[in-house]
Design a protein around this ligand. Structure first.
Ligand code: ZN
Length: 684
């Protein structure tokens, strides 16, 4: 008898409309599991048929598998996305119920001996008939089969499978602990003086929040804009300490009576990763991770980080001494951002918060699209008839001229503002991947997600220049996904790109947010419409070098902690996380945070994201990006021949070739750290 418990029929399930953009506003938590189960069942049947084929060709086995992966990503991407930007208990539950199903399926596929044999046969017998791109699809798949344990005996293979499932769940628990801890936290302020200096929009919101629960005064949350504003502008030292302590002990035993403590989750994750690496014959998880990276060995990564640290250290020491002298006191961790902001303002007469009126979001977007147009000959236009998950979300289409007509080749959603139940930070994610297969084609669609301060009333949202750089960065990832000309989903866009090279396009585009002619274009004062003056621009540009030594060391501290953690972990004993943090700080850091700082407990990049043994890739890619941009500036920042070469060798090539080979083809030599050090004003 039909009743409320009946699953929706496939035809009414918005997740099962494979040829359209996701109907985000229609997707309900109860759609998720039936859609995933139906898709997996259908795919399993198709895979069984493929596995039964005798000596199948590339077209008979590789292309269908590419198609299946595309289809599955297409159904799951909207779910993962909604879980990140409109988290609810019901959606989270559906999402978590499906994670093990998907992980099990992916492992099954990756560990299929029949498919491994079929791909090996294609590589041996059909190679002469394949294009370079097709050959690479097969080679990369064979590599991934081996890394997924396909060559293992059945018992260790089962264990490997189980580990992958458990890791997916532990990663989700890690993220939930961080999010719950942030959502639950609040701080009641009753004395207005405590809020001196804090951004007025944040103060207004905090007041509304207090009023909503019948309280006097202000209720501060632990969202990113509030944290940043208090840390950089809050004049009250005690308030800064309260926020700093809450932020840096997130999801640790020191907060919420240990309810969200990630320590046991981390212990599990490290143990499972090590076990998986050893099953495949690697000494450590770091070695396993490097098998798919541009960097060739652990030694190369550690030496790279230490070389940069050595180059940056004298500058960092000088910068911190200057800061303490300026503040006239010895500084604690919660004072550094505040005094840095003041020093920067006094030295360069620039304050991030004071710049907001010059960067209304619509103007910045227009300028950013202009940059993309000049560099790559593309046009970007908004479409307003597309269904989304929130009123503030916008949708843009990319096109280029083709035989005299504008041809759309991709699109992206922009979800710009912070709001409750949305994961913090900024990121690009794939909504739909590009494919051009005999079975059909699809244009790529991306998600660009930021956490900017929402607009007040009818005025447009106003960004800091840091926000502007963030937007350019995520847009760069977006271009990598959208400008791909690769036909096979496993290598299109950012797929199959070495992790440590994947930040190259995003960090490269950041450079344009610092160019005078671009600043001229993206700035227009909200009241006067005037762009930043030349003097303001020069002052802002000078900030790029401000405390560059300290910033470099902070990144290296995180990177070295992550890499050593994943290369030194030994199964006989969980490493003392805090002792390792301390050792790394002793080696690298100039500013020592308090002993109760528990940043690893909320270090989502390496415990819940894809950056395990890979945080170094930010610096690695910065070197690539600065060296790439140097190739442009040698010929002019908008030089079209250089831009074309960049698109042809890197941006449009996805994972179709080795990252180092691609870079060498673009630059004519291997990467050099010189341009990055010069950009930061750190003497070589
Ligand atoms: Zn990035």
């Amino acid at each position: 008898m039909p009743g409320p418990m009946t699953s929706p029929s496939p035809s009414s399930n918005p997740l099962l409309q494979p040829d359209a953009l996701p109907a985000f506003s229609q997707i309900r938590p109860e759609h998720v599991e039936p859609a995933v189960r139906a898709t997996l069942a259908r795919q399993r049947a198709r895979i069984a048929a493929l596995q039964a084929l005798d000596a199948p060709s590339f077209a008979e086995v590789v292309e269908p598998i590419e198609e299946l992966q595309h289809e599955l990503a297409r159904i799951w991407a909207p779910v993962g996305h909604l879980n990140a930007v409109t988290n609810s208990d019901a959606l989270r539950e559906s999402y978590n119920r499906c994670l093990p199903l998907l992980s099990e399926f992916q492992t099954e596929l990756a560990q299929s001996e029949a498919l491994y044999r079929a791909y090996s046969r294609v590589a041996q017998h059909d190679a002469a008939a394949l294009t370079a791109e097709q050959k690479r699809v097969v080679e990369q798949a064979l590599r991934d089969f081996r890394l997924a344990g396909v060559a293992l005996a059945s018992k260790p293979q089962q264990r490997f499978k189980q580990i992958m499932m458990e890791l997916a769940q532990r990663g989700a628990s890690f993220e939930e602990n961080v999010l719950d801890c942030m959502n639950e936290w609040q701080h009641h302020v009753t004395d207005a003086a405590q809020l001196a200096g804090v951004n007025s929009n944040i103060v207004t919101q905090a007041q509304a929040r207090a009023a909503a629960v019948g309280k006097e005064g202000w209720l501060l949350g632990l969202d990113q804009p509030t944290y940043q504003s208090v840390m950089t502008e809050g004049e009250s030292r005690p308030l800064r300490r309260v926020l700093y302590e809450a932020w840096s002990t997130r999801a640790s035993a020191l907060t919420g009576e240990g309810r969200w403590d990630n320590a046991p989750v981390i212990a599990d994750i490290l143990r499972l990763r090590q076990e998986a690496a050893e099953l495949l014959g690697f000494a450590s998880y770091a070695e396993y991770a490097l098998a798919t990276r541009m960097a060739r060995s652990s030694g190369e990564v550690i030496e790279f980080l230490r070389k940069l640290a050595r180059a940056a250290r004298p500058a960092a020491e000088r910068e911190f001494a200057e800061l303490q002298a300026f503040a006239g006191q010895s500084l604690e961790a919660w004072d550094v951002a505040f005094w840095s902001e003041r020093l920067q303002r006094s030295r360069h007469n620039v304050s991030q918060e004071a710049l907001r009126p010059w960067f209304p979001l619509p103007r910045v977007l227009e300028g950013l699209f202009e940059v993309a147009g000049r560099l790559f000959g593309i046009q970007i236009r908004e479409r307003r008839d597309v269904d989304t998950w929130h009123d503030s979300v916008r949708y843009f289409e990319l096109s280029r001229d083709h035989a005299g007509r504008a041809e759309v080749f991709g699109a992206f959603y922009l979800d710009p503002y912070a709001r409750p139940k949305k994961r913090n930070g900024a990121w690009m994610d794939q909504c739909i991947g590009r494919k051009s297969l005999p079975s059909g084609s699809a244009l790529p669609v991306a998600h660009l997600v930021c956490n900017f301060l929402p607009p007040q009333g009818d005025a447009p949202a106003l960004l800091t220049h840091t926000d502007v750089v963030t937007l350019f960065h995520e847009f760069g990832h977006g271009l990598h996904h959208l400008m791909t000309c690769v036909d096979y989903p496993s290598l299109a866009g950012i797929n199959g790109v070495a992790w440590d090279a994947v930040e190259l396009p995003s960090q490269f585009i950041e450079n344009y947010a610092w160019q005078p002619e671009v600043l001229q274009q993206i700035s227009a004062h909200i009241e006067t419409g005037e762009p930043l003056t030349n003097a303001q621009q020069q002052q802002l540009i000078a900030t790029q070098r401000f405390q560059a030594g300290l910033a470099t060391l902070r990144q290296i501290e995180l990177a070295l902690f992550d890499f050593r953690l994943h290369s030194e972990y030994r199964p006989e004993g969980v490493p003392d996380l805090l002792a390792l943090v301390d050792a790394v700080r002793t080696e690298v850091a100039v500013i020592k945070p308090p002993a109760w700082n528990r940043f690893p407990m909320s270090f989502s990049h390496i415990f819940a994201g894809g950056y395990a043994a890979g945080y170094y890739s930010y610096k690695w890619a910065e070197v690539l990006a600065a060296d790439t941009f140097a190739a442009f500036t040698e010929n002019g920042a908008f030089d079209s021949a250089t831009a074309r070469r960049f698109v042809d060798t890197i941006l449009a090539r996805g994972g179709t070739r080795d990252a180092l080979d691609a870079f060498v083809e673009f630059r004519g030599r291997p990467p050099d750290i010189g341009p990055l050090l010069r950009q930061h004003g750190i003497a070589v």
